[in-house]
Design a protein around this ligand. Structure first.
Ligand SMILES: Nc1ncnc2c1ncn2[C@@H]1O[C@H](COP(=O)(O)OP(=O)(O)OP(=O)(O)O)[C@@H](O)[C@H]1O
Length: 252
């Protein structure tokens, strides 16, 4: 298992957002988190690389293990956690720098001693962007199309040599063609990385993920994990009535 989550609960100030979530996320698979708006998907995703630590009012209970190490243990450096567990956001967010400098950024900050040109090329190739930008590496990252910008952000994440890539609705700002390109890319990247994706789009979860987790906030419990299993099973033979209602479009 890449990630093991045990009884994780989270509060934003007095407001609870996750309740006793437990799940095991396998390495080198795509795991999708689905569920209605506000059910805690992004919150759970952000727990995995300790992004919620940046919010002062957040309180977390429970454990989250990454290859057996408790990421919330006392000796853990959140900066190192975020290098190993990279993240791609909903809205592509390249730095206002050249394509090259975007990809080289993390390596430079970390005092990378190897061949930077090679790292940039490899990362852009892996993000399926190299052919489109190789003659324009000095061009601003912001001058690319939305889909290219998102692949640039994926290249920037890959250049940090992560093990896990978290993606928070990576296609929601993209057109259908750019979306399919990112989905193809995910299937390619999963050969080498563990990918966890939050998506609103059930078809997308069905297309790209190996495992799916359905989350829900209802009158009784905030931010609960209702059902989790192989994607095909969850979509064809859900075990919980609430999963069935959601995937058949009866609510959310
Ligand atoms: N920084 C924050 N401060 C306070 N409350 C927050 C914060 N971020 C999220 N919340 C609340 O926590 C709950 C879960 O939000 P979260 O964004 O994790 O849900 P989600 O399932 O990802 O929703 P969506 O699909 O709409 O993005 C919501 O009620 C939200 O308002």
């Amino acid at each position: 298992m890449a990630i093991t989550i045990e009884n994780l609960s989270l509060w934003y100030g007095p407001k609870q957002a996750l309740t006793n979530v437990s799940m095991k996320i396998p390495a080198r698979k795509v795991t999708a988190l689905i569920g209605p708006s506000g059910c805690g998907k992004s919150t759970l995703l952000r727990c995995i690389n300790r992004m919620n630590d940046l919010i002062p009012t957040v309180r977390i209970q429970g454990s989250l293990y990454y290859h057996g190490v408790n990421l919330y243990g006392p000796d853990i450096d959140p900066v190192e956690v975020r290098r190993r567990i990279g993240m791609v956001f909903q809205k592509p967010n390249p730095f206002p720098k050249s394509i090259y400098d975007n990809v080289a950024f993390g390596a430079r900050v970390n005092g990378f001693k190897g061949n930077l040109d090679q790292l940039v090329e490899q990362s852009l190739r892996r993000a399926a962007l190299w052919e489109e930008v190789k003659d324009n590496l000095k061009k601003s990252g912001l001058a690319l199309s939305g889909g290219q910008q998102q692949r640039l952000c994926i290249a920037r994440a890959i250049a940090n040599q992560p093990d896990v890539i978290l993606m928070d609705e990576p296609c929601s700002a993209l057109d259908p063609i750019a979306t399919l390109k990112i989905e193809d890319l995910m299937r390619e990247l999963v050969k080498d990385y563990t990918i966890i994706i939050v998506t609103h789009n059930m078809q997308q979860a069905a297309r790209v993920s190996d495992y799916t987790a359905f989350m829900l906030t209802d009158e009784q419990v905030t931010g609960q994990l209702v059902e989790y299993g192989p994607t095909e099973e969850l979509f064809t033979t859900p075990k919980d009535r609430r999963t069935e209602d959601y995937i058949s479009g009866r609510f959310g």
